[in-house]
Design a protein around this ligand. Sequence first.
Ligand SMILES: Nc1ncnc2c1ncn2[C@@H]1O[C@H](COP(=O)(O)OP(=O)(O)OP(=O)(O)O)[C@@H](O)[C@H]1O
Length: 889
Amino acid sequence: MADRRAQLVTRVRDTLADALGATRTRLSAAQADLTAGRERLSRIRRAAAAVPERVGAERDRRLAEIDARHAARLAELARRAAAAAEREAPGAASEQWPQWKATPAGRGEPAGALRIGAVRIPGAEPVPALVPLLDSGHVHLGGDDREGCDSVVSALLLRALGRAEPGAVRLIGYDPEHLGGGLAGFAPLGTAGLLTFVGPGGLARLLDDLVEQIRRINETVLAGEHGSLRELAAATGRRPEPWRVAVLLGGDELSRHERGQLDRVVRTGAACGVHLVVRGVPLPDDPTVTRVVAEAAGARVGGPPGLPVRLDPPPPATLVTETCREVASRVNAGPPPTPFTDLLPPPERMWQEDSATGLSAPIGEGPHGRPVHLTLGDYPPHALIGGPSGTGKTNLIFAWIGALAARYSPAELEFYLLDFKEGVSFARFAQGRRDPSWLPHMRLVGINVNTDREFGLALLRFLAEELRRRADAAKKHEVTKLAELRAVDPTGRWPRIVAVVDEFQMLLAGRDVVAREAADLLEDLARRGRSQGIHLVLASQDVRGIEALWGRPALVAQFTLRIALPKALRILAERNDAAQSLPRWHAVVNAESGLPEGNEVARIPSASDWETWSGLQHRLWRMRPQDAAPARLFDGDAIPRLADAPDFRALRPEAGTPRGPVALLGEIIDVQARSAALRLPRAPGRNLAVLGTRVDEACAVLDAAARSLARQHRPGTARFSIACLDPDADPVARALYDDLADDAAWYDEETVSELMAETADGLTAAGDPHYLLLFAVDAAAGSLAARVGRRTGLEQLRRILHDGPERRTHVLAWWRGVARMRADLGGPAARTDQIGAWVALDTHGGELGSSLYPGTGGPDWYPRPWRGLFFDRAVHRTGQVIIPYGPSR
Ligand SMILES: Nc1ncnc2c1ncn2[C@@H]1O[C@H](COP(=O)(O)OP(=O)(O)OP(=O)(O)O)[C@@H](O)[C@H]1O
């Protein structure tokens, strides 16, 4: 029992132990679960707690991002708006006052809008607040901030002035309450007529006047061709009318008429450059009206309601007055000339015109901005230009030549130009050392010809010859005019010729043969040149020049084109005094022989300054035909060189003995730079005397003669005997002796008698040519007076002079005076026919009379430096002026 009990107890104990164990296990499992659950819970709680924080951060991040993008976009838009404003209102239109200066818009460039302040945009840079005015519309100011309005008015006016060329903006003020006080700073403009005030009660008249201007501009300036002055300026680059800005500052209520006129101006003014800036006068609603409201609380522009604007401070008073003073003084100084390029066709149209019927080119701008043309052809054929010194004659010639040269190719037009006043400005048409270009149309430029009237004569003779050639060709083709000749001979070269002679009165001055022949030639050319395409353009600063022509009514009548510069006298017809009131750089162009009804006033551009001219010349030079030769430049102040002379270069040794060798003595004053040539055939009298005391010139003549002769003989086939009797001539004679080398022999005072004796004795047969070059031969009179054998040296010399030439022995001798030569030839009454040719230097015409020159009294010759008069009795009727060649070494 006890066992059973014990067993039972044990079993129960076991069972309980098992149960306890199981329970413990479960408890610990449950506790583990509990811990895990708690942990999860706390994790979940933690996680749950983190969710809103994250969402918020994300939201904030996104918001910040949007803000930043917005701000950047706003800044970008503001920057773009500012950049656009900068473009729309460059320079003076928007610059801040401390740096402000006038920056006029270029020609044809729109004037743009004007800044009055800055648009306020919170968080962004301010954007300039612009108001369109010039060529665009009108501005109406309102609001109780009077000072704000005043500063807008002065800012607008100053900026408008600064954006336009001086004189291109005119202000009309109507300020009945303050009698102009509001515009006081602009008063200096009044001195140039750029600011006018209309008194109280004058509004109707002012508006009537504006309406009338608009009507006139529409009718005569725009003339149906352009919609507005802005379009005209864009198309042509010219602005023929100023902008007119009427500033109306308050006043009484408008009458019906005034209101009607004001409405008209608002609607139609902008196209004609007529604008209103108005305060205290209502303006009708119109797209052209910009409203600015300035209140104490702030200003707004555009609208209503408009954009909020912070107005700029007013421009400093000194800036306003200084600017206005400067503008006025520029205007008072006269209008600036139009640019030279206005006279030129665009590059692709250059050299496209045909000159068959005439030559036409603009010379400047007329009062309405239209070009004024100069035409040469059958009518008018020739032109006279007149104006006192400094009024722009030379410049006008440049402008005209440039305008023609750009239109017509060198095959259509040639120029010959002669300048009788001192100066070299025309030299640039020819090739120079500084600038290798030349004007391809220019055939001849004569400068510094004031003492060489013969050069003018040479040009006229040359043109007369050309006229004859053309007339002959016309006759051959049975036509009468150049246009017809060109039509029947299309392959011929028949350019029109324009010969310009500046200060031409010099040519006609004096009553000598040169003046007489020049006047005759001019008259003939003027009369007949018209139909053969030869046109004369004569310019003079001096009324005497014109009077020289006036004596020949037939000549004057041909010059139907007249161009008068300011204050020119006598160029226009008698009662036509239009030139007297011309402003600077203007000309009256008149193709009706100067009758008042033919007057056209042109503003002449500046064409003669170096850069302006060379721009065109270089362009045309690059276009020149391949075979184009530079113009001949005749410079009266320059000394030609024998080595450069075309006639000298052309000389070659002939096989055998040349039949008629030539001695070149100097350059002829003519169109082709030819040399004066003395032929030395085997014929009596073929000797040369150089007469005068000038050592350098005399040496130069003998030197050129000897060198040119030597060039025609092969070495060893001619003799040159050089006798030098004046130490001053020694260097030249020695250099010649050295250069002629074995062909030359040297003689001096001691040996000259031997030369005479030996030469005279050798004159029995014609051997090799022998040239005696005697420098200052009269200085040897003493030694030549002595006998050598049967005869004196002088007798030998006379014999050589007499018999030598037929035996190829020629004397080229320099005597320091006519009387000395005569003495050597046998006394005052001695014959001189063995002196077949002479060159007179400082020897007066009167001394050359009797047997040396045909007729009585000798030639018209007044000695001048580095010139000689050459006369060859075998070929000349009158003497020929020559320029000795410069030293050869
Ligand atoms: N249309 C013009 N616009 C601007 N400047 C000009 C104009 N015409 C001439 N000039 C200037 O005026 C000055 C005198 O001009 P120019 O030499 O042409 O006068 P001129 O009548 O030929 O005088 P002169 O007979 O004394 O030589 C020059 O400096 C020239 O540049």
